[in-house]
Design a protein around this ligand. Structure first.
Ligand code: HEC
Length: 159
């Protein structure tokens, strides 16, 4: 009697186990099919992902990109001079678009009240910083002369 009972129990649990196992297999198989049928959306293409996670800007640590050395005394604020180069490579990041209320390059209206303060003041503010204007435009490696040339260039563009 007892033996018989436990025999039934064993068979019963084996059957139950088999059924559960079967269900589990079915579910697994289904999931595999689902996974197969799902195609990754275009936005998950490696290129698209790469594009999205690309840094907004690249920071170069160490040697800053060389600003061409001024050719001693021949250096002026004239077009093509070191001033223009520095302005386009350093200062324009803010001043081209007038970021943070910076006087826009080429805007006489923006520059007139600045120029009124006198060129020496502008030099000092460009070299040492002024409110949101970072000292030397954030490029401490620039010489005072280079910054002055850049100021001259920006001023010349606003007249
Ligand atoms: C991070 C942005 C930024 C960069 C880069 C930058 N400037 Fe400016 N600059 C400003 C802002 C903002 C002002 C306005 C400050 C104010 O009037 O409060 C300003 C103002 C100035 C002024 C006028 C100062 C005055 O007294 O009115 C000069 C001159 C100037 N910048 C020169 C330069 C030069 C030269 C460079 C490049 C070497 C440069 N800036 C780079 C943001 C910048």
């Amino acid at each position: 009697m007892n033996k018989n009972k436990s025999g039934t129990f064993l068979v019963g649990s084996l059957v139950t186990f088999a059924i559960l196992f079967g269900i589990a297999l079915l579910i697994l198989e289904n999931m595999e099919n689902v996974a197969k049928n799902v195609t990754a959306p275009a936005s998950m293409e490696p290129e698209a992902v790469q594009e999205r996670i690309e840094p907004v800007a690249e920071v170069t640590v160490g040697e800053p990109p060389a600003v061409e050395a001024p050719a001693a005394e021949t250096e002026t604020a004239s077009a093509g001079g070191v001033g223009e180069k520095i302005v386009s490579s350093v200062c324009a990041s803010c001043h081209a678009a007038g970021l943070m209320q910076s006087p826009k390059i080429g805007s006489a209206d923006d520059w007139a009240p600045r120029i009124e303060k006198g060129i020496e003041t502008l030099y000092q503010h460009a070299i040492n910083g002024f409110n949101m204007m970072p000292a030397k435009g954030g490029r401490a490696d620039l010489t005072d002369e280079e910054v002055k040339a850049a100021v001259d260039y920006m001023v010349s563009q606003a007249q």
